[in-house]
Structure formats: structure tokens, C-alpha cells
Ligand binder design. Structure first.
Ligand SMILES: [Cu+2]
Length: 196
């Protein structure tokens, strides 16, 4: 089943988005993330222009999450993943065969990314230019349901419809992660979906 959402939704608003002005300054280690992003990120992203997705966890490490877990942005918007969890390293990794042979759940032609392990207070930047739905996960915590979804512009077909069914030799996406993704409709309506 394919579903087209084109034209069904109003433009996203900035309401509820966390900007870099709202979080503590970061260490020079941020540069590492920018370099690792390679083609997916501009060389000199201005920090204040990015939208922040926080990596968080509770004190005993039994619960970890991305906040927001769902986000709608315009094409060309820079995203910054920031590890605010003092007790865990996290990654932001796109579902794509290029990284660990995972199923592709980003638009065809879009550049996938893998932040590598971010220590507490470290950041990673990616700029998303192609419209569509981008699903990502934290490599060490996917099995705890630590995933997120970004919609750039209009979603087009949903990853749940056909893209994810493509055979991949890597590990399938665990059920707990599949259940954690906010729906495309929910993200398009609300713009920002916080974890529950
Ligand atoms: Cu994690």
C-alpha cells in the first residue's frame, strides 16, 4: 500500500522546537560530529540554525529516549543530536544498508548518517535536504526502543508502506522499535512529538 500525503498538511510551525539557544554550549568535540557527517552536513553549520534532538536517559539507565521522538522540518534544516544523558553514550544512525546493512527507512537518494558514539554533552549535525520520512535509531539502545522519525517537507510514501519491506541482510528492526515510531499523521499534525 502506498499513501501520498502531498498537499494534505499545512506548513510546519516553529512552535515547540528546541533551538540551540535553549541548551548549554558544547565542547570542541562537536567538531568531530560535523566532520563525520561528511556529505550529509555542511562544513560550517551555524549552531544557532539547527534544531536540537536530545538524547536522554534516566539515572539508572533503564530508560533511554530521543526528545523529540518525532519532528517535522523544512528541507535544508540542520538537525543537531545532543547527548544530555550523563550516564550513557548514544548514537544517531539512519536506517540504511550503508550502516550495518539495516533496512532503508530514509528517502531514496538521501545521504544516510551515523554519528558514532556520542559521549555526554557531545553533538552531531546533519542537514536534511530531500523531502520524505527519515527513521533513525541509537545503535546500542535500539532494542530499548530508542528510535526517532523526522519528516522533511511532505512525507511522500511512508517507510512502513514499502521501503522497509526491502530485503536486507542485516538485522530486522525489532518490534519494540517499530512500535515506538510516531505516526506520519501525528508528526504532520503536531510538528513536534515528544516521547510519552
Ligand atoms: Cu542510546
Amino acid at each position: 500500500m502506498r499513501t501520498s500525503y502531498s498537499g494534505m498538511y499545512p506548513r510546519p510551525t516553529k512552535h515547540g522546537l528546541l533551538r540551540n539557544d535553549d541548551v548549554a554550549p558544547t565542547r570542541p568535540a562537536d567538531r568531530r560530529g560535523a566532520l563525520l557527517a561528511g556529505l550529509a552536513a555542511p562544513r560550517f553549520t551555524l549552531a544557532h540554525e539547527s534544531v536540537v534532538i536530545r538524547m536522554q536517559g534516566n539515572s539508572d539507565g533503564s530508560h533511554v529516549w530521543f526528545d523529540p521522538i518525532g519532528l517535522r522540518i523544512e528541507p535544508g534544516q540542520a538537525i543537531r543530536w545532543l547527548n544530555l544523558d550523563p550516564g550513557n553514550s548514544h548514537t544517531a544512525t539512519a536506517y540504511h544498508p550503508k550502516y550495518f546493512e539495516r533496512p532503508q527507512r530514509i528517502p531514496e537518494g538521501a545521504e544516510p548518517w551515523d554519528s558514532g558514539y556520542l559521549l555526554p554533552d557531545e553533538s552531531f549535525f546533519v542537514t536534511l535536504r530531500l523531502e520524505g520520512v527519515y527513521d533513525f535509531y541509537c545503535a546500542p539502545h535500539e532494542h530499548a526502543g530508542m528510535v526517532g522519525r523526522i519528516i522533511v517537507g511532505q512525507p511522500g510514501r511512508s517507510p512502513g508502506d514499502s521501503v522497509s519491506a526491502r530485503p536486507a541482510s542485516g538485522e530486522p528492526i525489532p518490534e519494540i522499535a517499530l512500535r515506538a515510531f510516531p505516526s506520519v499523521d501525528d508528526i504532520m499534525r503536531r510538528g513536534v512529538v515528544r516521547p510519552t
